[in-house]
Ligand binder design. Sequence first.
Ligand SMILES: Nc1ncnc2c1ncn2[C@@H]1O[C@H](COP(=O)(O)OP(=O)(O)OP(=O)(O)O)[C@@H](O)[C@H]1O
Length: 328
Amino acid sequence: MSVAVSNLSVDYRGHGPDLHAVRDVSFVIPPGKMLGLVGESGSGKSTVAFALMGLLQANARIISGDMQIGGRSYDLTKNATAPLRGHGLAMIFQDPLLSLNPVFTIGAHLIEILRVAAPGESAGRRRAMAEEALAKVKLTDPRRRLDQYPHELSGGMRQRVVIAMALLAKPVLLIADEPTTALDVTVEASVMREICALRDELNCSVLLITHSLGLVTKYCDDMAVLYAGEMLEQGPARAIQRRPGHPYSRLLLDCEVAIDQPRREPAMANSFKVIGGELPDLRRPVSGCVFAARCDRAVADCAVTVPSAVRLDEEGRHKARCLRIGAS
Ligand SMILES: Nc1ncnc2c1ncn2[C@@H]1O[C@H](COP(=O)(O)OP(=O)(O)OP(=O)(O)O)[C@@H](O)[C@H]1O
């Protein structure tokens, strides 16, 4: 089933004017495909994820947005997707301990999911299914793991357990929010491989949220570039990598350090900082292009005219919002 998000806008209330964290964001993830949502810290990636899951904080307000799953539409302003959590929708967080209760064994977590996902099965069969799921995500010694507690496992092993939980829940959409940021590079590759294997086995849509363009170009089918809450470019990951349409995407790609290099984290943290300037104040109304103040290609018009999406391929899959597209 295809997953489509349309016109998502989210504000946060606080002291002073509301903060417009996400503005009019739309994207589609076909079944069996992975979309990488990239953008620097504060661009609104997690807000998108939490809005889809119905997990936003109390001071957030979804101004507009709906999600279509298959032919069905869910009104995000009414938190309509919240009942889908745990089966239609699943999420992997940067810290797997957010998904694991320290007082329950690994087996108890998996068996709890099977109570909903496989209600007709006997207790013995559910335990066997839980063990199979752990073996599938390549957790060593799966039978013993069932009786262990989350604190007895390493970070990479815990993330595999969370992937096994998603495997049993059979979601239509899996959201992975920085799933490998806390892990070292060798573990990162194996965890990403398990997420890809899950996508292929369930034929589900995956939204990967990450700072790393390297991860996106290596593992994702499509890419979406978010900046100051606005989608500046989206399309096939390879096409954007080869021919970025937006100057911001080009700068991100220029800054990105190959993920195979020995220690990626500091480079990743730095990669966005080498683009001069800072995100605009999200409490103020934007005129023109949100990136204009930092853009090396901006002309006077960019500060006043809001760019609409320009198609960069015949099918209209690759689109970018920039007034300078086509200008020399
Ligand atoms: N509960 C909140 N109240 C007020 N502002 C918030 C709240 N949560 C997030 N924000 C603001 O919303 C904007 C988007 O934040 P968000 O966490 O979605 O970005 P992000 O791209 O996921 O960043 P990171 O990569 O650091 O997680 C930021 O300006 C952030 O400070």
